[in-house]
Write a protein that binds this ligand. Structure first.
Ligand code: FES
Ligand code: FES
Length: 165
């Protein structure tokens, strides 16, 4: 089955068997291997990608349902080779150990910050609840997400102040 997926702002044509999951297409056909396979049953969050801005388990989503939507993988979060503020905050807070869950956490956190730029700790915990981390980096991940939210808020304040001068 030939179909086109729009991934990280680019149309990508693939030819895969019907019912191929989006996760398989991303990893095996498009070479975007930062999105991980964990449980294969929408239970661990390792395979999360953004679909029209929402965090979605790509391990269960057939490609038939993934064409015509905007897909963003963790590879698409950086801009012009620079880490996003959220990615940078994860590095600065050392919010990863083995790293297996990190791309899924970044996707959940990106969706959260898009919907709620100044989330409470409770909102952050809720957003990360589907992302299982065997290494237990949750406290550091929460700190990183707050740090990114503060950095973005500071940037907006500075931009507003610059526009006034
Ligand atoms: S691999 Fe998709 S949620 Fe676990
Ligand atoms: S950092 Fe190892 S599973 Fe989360």
């Amino acid at each position: 089955m030939r179909t086109t997926l729009r991934v990280n702002g680019v149309d990508r044509e693939i030819d895969v068997p019907r019912r191929t999951t989006l996760l398989t297409a991303l990893r095996d056909d498009l070479g975007l291997t930062a999105t991980r396979y964990g449980c294969g049953a929408a239970q661990c969050g390792a395979c999360y990608v953004l679909v029209n801005g929402r965090a979605v388990a790509s391990c269960l989503l057939p490609v038939e349902q993934a064409s015509g939507v905007e897909i963003t993988t963790v590879e698409g979060l950086a801009r012009d080779g620079d880490l996003s503020p959220l990615q940078q905050a994860f590095v600065e807070e050392d919010a990863m150990q083995c790293g297996y869950c990190t791309s899924g956490m970044l996707i959940s956190a990106t969706a959260l910050l898009h919907a709620d730029p100044r989330p409470t700790d409770a909102a952050i915990r809720d957003a990360l609840a589907p992302n299982l981390c065997r290494c237990g980096v949750y406290t550091r991940a929460i700190r990183a997400i707050k740090r990114a939210a503060e950095a973005e808020a500071g940037g907006s304040v500075q931009a507003t102040e610059r526009s006034r001068t």
